[in-house]
Design a protein around this ligand. Structure first.
Ligand code: VGL
Ligand code: ZN
Length: 215
């Protein structure tokens, strides 16, 4: 049998999600050296990155909803939407990749959240599953059958990227040590990990950069 073709997906390793950023994820900076170590693993045939990339005034921003506060949930054109601080605005320093991130092996970057009227947590589709970013086809065209996911934030973009990956038929591994969550509510990260596991994502607590055993 041929060995798996494995891709590493780096989710939203951007300045705004690091401590000091506009939507800082606690300990978000801790995943950068791990992302670099995982990328150096020759067990990955391909490395790709997602980039949250919102136009100014994006409707996921609380600032676009006068009278509403960050963290509130609103109905956005029929979908529940958590309201966020302005973050990852296209071309802003906050939208840049973390300076410490090694990008030498990143073969492609998939931008998401570009439509002002809908958010996109997943690196594959917007939250309404209306439009694809191209990541799924890109991986399939290259024969990828297994993806490993790391990055920010566990309870949002990592979660929905891993869930879409498994739904698209990729064997999917969550590299949990290289993820951190927003934890808007206590337990959000644990619930996100449980939801991923229930959907068939293989959750790997750690163990360095060795590729997962296939079973
Ligand atoms: C994210 C909230 C809003 C993420 C992106 O990368 O998890 N979370 N935009
Ligand atoms: Zn966003």
């Amino acid at each position: 049998m041929m060995r798996a073709v494995r891709a590493l997906i780096l989710v939203d390793l951007q300045n705004d999600f690091l401590p000091g950023g506009a939507l800082a994820v606690p300990e978000g900076d801790r995943v950068i050296p791990l992302a670099n170590a995982y990328q150096a693993d020759p067990g990955y045939d391909l490395v790709v990155a997602t980039q949250d990339w919102h136009p100014p005034g994006h409707e996921s921003f609380a600032s676009a909803h006068p009278g509403r506060a960050i963290g509130e949930v609103v109905d956005l054109h029929g979908l529940p939407q958590v309201l966020w601080p302005d973050h990852c605005v296209q071309g802003s320093p906050g939208a840049d990749f973390a300076p410490g991130l090694d990008r030498g092996r990143v073969a492609a970057v998939f931008r998401k959240g570009t439509d002002p009227a809908i958010d996109s947590y997943s690196g594959f589709f917007d939250n309404g599953h209306r439009k694809a970013t191209g990541l799924g086809d890109w991986l399939s065209e290259r024969g990828v059958d297994e993806v490993h996911v790391l990055g920010l934030a566990t309870d949002y973009c990592v979660r929905f990227t891993a869930l879409d990956a498994v739904a698209l038929g990729f064997r999917t591994v969550l590299l949990e040590d290289a993820c951190r969550g927003v934890e808007l509510e206590d337990g959000d990260v644990a619930r996100a990990v449980a939801a991923m596991r229930a959907a068939g994502v293989v959750v790997r607590a750690g163990g360095g950069a060795a590729p997962a055993q296939t079973t």
